[in-house]
Design a protein. Structure first.
Length: 318
């Protein structure tokens, strides 16, 4: 019995020694030190036109076992803008043991502009038109310098008078945001005109290439250069391109017997239009400008002055 006890004790001691040795060996093999990302500077300045590689400039990564991991650094996330319109870039790199090394720095864009909303046509509707949202949702487009086309992200709301085509001016509000948390919101006055007014079919509304113009503080917008023709009785006469199936100029633009080319007609139109409500280019904000055109319809004593105005919205950015 004594020999048996000694044998059991010897086996137990040997097992304990082997287990302790195995545990120490495993700890020696276990990688518990994460890789380290080093930044040349805590602040990064890039252009919105730069590729994603620009976000990785000035970074290196080193692991005590795996060595240089610079090529494995990835952008983990980009924060939304802070009050100074800066973002935080979070970086991560993994070693062979799956341990993450992390770092962050502040990102500033040199040429960032907020997302921009555009209108495909004038905000002018006939009172006899279909009520509801039909025709409102297709009016807009949106572009962002960071993400490109944001048209599908545009949200809109309209006062009841616009939905039900009540004659008068009503507010049409548009809003779009990008992933950086920057939001553009525009509250635009829209007109509903009286379809029963016999003069309405005679009105020649200035046709514009853009119905929302964006400009920087201190830089006047080229409003006259935005005029490209007229719209009369539902037909658009764009003087910057060949008429599609239109045989001649409307009488609102060219007197009977005249045969000028389109460039001459456009130059004369731009000289004739009036601009009411000049924006204050020293103060960022949204401004509504009335671009008007007046001509004489008919001849002799039957001639009557016909006037029409198109709303242009000018956004002065900081």
């Amino acid at each position: 019995m004594g020999k048996l006890r000694l044998s059991v004790l010897a086996v137990f001691v040997l097992s304990a020694v082997l287990f302790a040795g195995y545990t120490v060996h495993q700890k020696l093999l276990l990688d518990t030190t994460p890789p380290v990302i080093t930044c040349e500077t805590d602040e990064l300045t890039v252009s919105v036109e730069d590729g994603s590689d620009a976000l990785l400039e000035g970074l290196t990564a080193w692991d005590d076992r795996d060595g240089d991991l610079t090529g494995e650094i990835r952008v983990a996330s980009l924060s939304r803008f802070n009050a100074q319109r800066q973002r935080t870039v979070n970086y991560v790199v993994f070693d062979a043991a799956g341990q993450p090394g992390q770092a962050q720095r502040t990102l500033t864009y040199t040429d960032y502009t907020p997302p921009r909303i555009y209108l495909r046509q004038a905000l002018r509707f006939a009172s006899s038109g279909q009520t509801g949202s039909d025709g409102l949702t297709v009016l807009t487009a949106a572009e962002d310098c960071l993400e490109g086309d944001l048209t599908a992200q545009v949200k809109y709301s309209a006062e009841d008078g616009l939905y039900y085509r009540e004659i008068g001016t009503h507010t049409y509000t548009l809003q779009v945001s990008n992933s950086a948390g920057d939001t553009r919101s525009l509250a635009l006055p829209a007109d509903v005109v009286d379809s029963a007014d016999s003069t309405e079919r005679l009105r020649a509304y200035p046709l514009l290439s853009e119905y929302i113009l964006y400009t920087q503080k201190g830089q006047p917008a080229d409003i006259l250069g935005d005029v490209i023709g007229v719209e009369q009785s539902g037909t658009q006469y764009d003087l910057t391109k060949p008429f599609n199936g239109v045989a001649s100029y409307p009488s609102a633009l060219v007197a009977s017997g005249e045969a000028p080319d389109s460039a001459q007609v456009l130059a004369r139109l731009r000289q004739s239009v009036t601009v009411t409500g000049e924006p204050d280019y020293t103060a960022p904000g949204l401004y509504t400008v009335q671009v008007g055109y007046r001509y004489l319809s008919g001849t002799g004593t039957a001639a009557q002055a016909v006037e029409a105005e198109t709303k242009l919205y000018v956004v002065v950015e900081e």
